[in-house]
Design a protein. Sequence first.
Length: 488
Amino acid sequence: MISLKDMSSPSSMFAAYASMSASIVLFKTMFNQLVPHPVQRYILSTIRCFFKPRSSLLTFIIEEKNGMAPNLIYDASEIYLCTKISPDAERLKISQSPKEKNLTVKFVESEKIIDTFEGFELHWRFVHEESQASRQTDGDNTNHSWKPDKRFFELSFQKKHKSTVLDAYLPFVLNKAKKIKEEKKVVKLHTLAYSPSYSGSCIWDSLDLQHPSTFDTLALDPDLKKAIIADLDRFVERKEFYRRVGKAWKRGYLLYGPPGTGKSSLIAAMANYLRFDVYDLQLGNLRHDSDLRKLLLGTANKSILVIEDVDCTVDLPDRQTKSSGDGNGRKRDVQLTLSGLLNFIDGLWSSCGDERIIIFTTNHKEKLDPALLRPGRMDMHIHMSFCTTHGFKLLASNYLGIHSHWLFGQIEDLILTTEVTPAEVAEELMKSNDADVSLEGLLKLLKRKRIESQETKGESDEIEIPEAKRLKTEETENKINANGKLLE
Ligand SMILES: Nc1ncnc2c1ncn2[C@@H]1O[C@H](COP(=O)(O)OP(=O)(O)OP(=O)(O)O)[C@@H](O)[C@H]1O
Ligand SMILES: [Mg+2]
């Protein structure tokens, strides 16, 4: 041992230093030889950690996968951070898959983003570790292992904000990402297709719903339009309400009115407004209640199930008969019943999913089975009627971009006294970009229709005013809706 007293001269100091160095070398050699490598690594990392200055930062690692399953926080972070890309970003990945309408922007390695939340900063870093093949030799055996690609985000912030990040910031990111996803969602139309691989039974086939109809383009009584939008808004916001009262989270609408009054357009407008997929269930293609059940169970949440022309697409037998004619006098082996459909929709199907809307349409409400009309079955009955003067003005503005014209007066007078559908008006307005030509065409059509209706009714000297009648019926209808059906 060398004591401090011995280090009084340079030569003794040198001797002491040399002896210390020799001891360190000896210690290192023995440490390397005697202590197994994993233990060495553990000891060194513990010592390093002990002497490392304490950081005031905390970093969350958000990996792409949670075992085999996707990590929802990673997915949400990726979507959210795309809205936060700095204008200085130099490299980004852009892609588009054949089935998608929108481009996807992704980060390249080491992209850094600074976000602020409740007045503090959060530093995001994207890390992509590329896949690697590694070779390990263990005695005579050589193992080849494959480390797959690893992607993750590092989220760093001051430690004191840990609970705010966990309880408020990350839920905020999840929520924001959900909204962005909903906005980008391409609404799909699912229709029935025969599948030879499923022994000829029907399966859902989907394509993008490209129906451009929206509530802005729909010629509909303004109050009724407002009531429908308010009803949809209330429906999607009331998750907790439905849970509390123990009701399945579904809503039913019955749309009725003559052909060409916009029933299908209203369905498309609803789907575009809510960004819900549409399932078009053509009952005529089905034979058994069991097929129907299978298909209904194959529908997703946040969707609209549509059964068009429920009075005539299929000759649904009543509760006793289990077969129906095919129109040629022959009997077709159909075991599809209206009660089967309704029971399943009200019962099992709606309790298996969330945010389901079901819409029946018909041209003849009076022909419907009373089971469909009974209170509580369809929440709102919506009467789609002939074109009104308000509807005409909206269509003229949509199709021709005009809000007034010297022919408007005559056309509006005739619309008040003639039964013309929005589809017929729209067709005339589409015939030319020249407003004079289109409006004159419409005027001719209205005059012709009025003469025809007077001839069939034999009322040459007395003009009936269907519009006034219509307004009266609509008024009563809307009152019923507002009192009985609209409000839960
Ligand atoms: N209320 C409306 N507002 C705007 N356009 C409409 C309206 N009604 C009909 N149209 C136009 O007419 C076309 C046909 O209308 P739609 O298919 O919606 O009628 P429908 O009531 O479903 O008819 P059907 O009973 O024959 O199924 C639409 O594509 C649209 O261009
Ligand atoms: Mg239709």
